[in-house]
Ligand binder design. Structure first.
Ligand code: HH2
Length: 283
């Protein structure tokens, strides 16, 4: 195996596929199912191992979407990707049990719930019964209120305690621990300095023992730091992903796959030889 291929195997990219009119960076671009399916297949061709399909924006202040409308947006896309023979893992970005259940039925095998199973009391049992993977994310408050003066004494300790508690809740609900990913929720009820501290101390969340997913792509803290508009945050996105990789994150939710994959391949090839514990044969 070449060192590039070995490095590439160290991380996974989750391509963002928003089927919404109002997502913060790509709202309205993929409302038509055929455009969304083509975009998803394009992300997969670029190297996304997971496609995260969402029918409700979670940007600060976003309006709630009824389940029927969310389903109308995402189901044709999941069905179309399955019919097109995708080999990417399909993830449903929802906090509603009915949406998760229908998406799993249609071929999704991962539930990405930004409420970490707090939004709908029925969602944990839907995930448990299906044997799907799930991602538990930290958010302070809800999307309508989360950016109103968020405060923490120690953001990393509080996010860690939250994720540990939600993980125990998920396990008690019958979700296999091996199927759980954890996410600090970059931008969800956090000031710029909270996001930066979470990235800088990400290894403390990695210590929980489950794969950590980071969703920093194009987010506003990058804009605040660089002065760049949403569509001009690729360099900032890459810097945050590379740093998060070095701190132990292994799954990256991104809008642009190829450049992040290249950057992470270099990061993984550089970090791996030095972090591999020497054995008697390599010492
Ligand atoms: N961020 C967004 C949506 N879903 N899921 C996880 N696990 N982690 C994240 O950081 C995350 C997420 C927000 O980004 P986007 O989907 O591009 O925007 P919108 O919510 O406006 O659709």
């Amino acid at each position: 195996m070449s060192s590039g291929t070995a490095a590439r195997a160290q991380f996974k990219l989750m391509g963002v596929l928003n089927v919404t009119p109002d997502s913060f960076s790509d709202g309205g671009l993929y409302l038509d199912p055929s455009a969304a399916i083509a975009h998803g297949l394009g992300l997969e061709a670029e190297g996304a191992a997971i496609l995260d399909i969402g029918g409700e924006s979670t940007r600060p202040g976003a309006a709630e979407v009824p389940a029927a409308e969310e389903l109308r947006r995402v189901l044709p896309v999941i069905e179309g990707l399955v019919a097109a023979g995708t080999s990417a893992q399909l993830s449903i970005d929802t906090s509603k049990a009915t949406v998760a259940a229908a998406a799993l039925q249609a071929g999704a095998t991962l539930v990405n719930d930004v409420t970490a199973l707090r939004g709908d009391p029925a969602i944990a049992s839907v995930i448990a019964a299906s044997g799907a993977d799930c991602c538990l994310m930290h958010m302070l408050g809800d999307p309508r209120t989360m950016q109103r003066d968020p405060r923490y004494d120690d953001v990393v300790a509080e996010v860690k305690a939250f994720l540990e508690e939600r993980m125990q809740f998920a396990i008690a609900a019958g979700i296999d621990e091996e199927r759980i990913m954890l996410d600090p929720g970059i931008g969800f009820g956090k000031r710029v300095e909270h996001n930066l501290e979470l990235l800088a101390r990400l290894h403390e969340l990695v210590m929980i023992g489950r794969p950590v997913l980071v969703g920093s792509s194009r987010k506003s803290f990058l804009g605040r730091l660089t002065g760049r508009a949403v569509g001009e945050r690729l360099a900032g996105t890459i810097a945050s992903c590379v740093l998060a990789y070095e701190r132990g994150a292994r799954v990256f939710r991104v809008h642009e796959v190829t450049p992040v994959a290249d950057a992470l391949t270099v990061a993984a090839a550089t970090v791996a030889p030095w972090t591999t514990r020497p054995t008697s044969s390599t010492r």
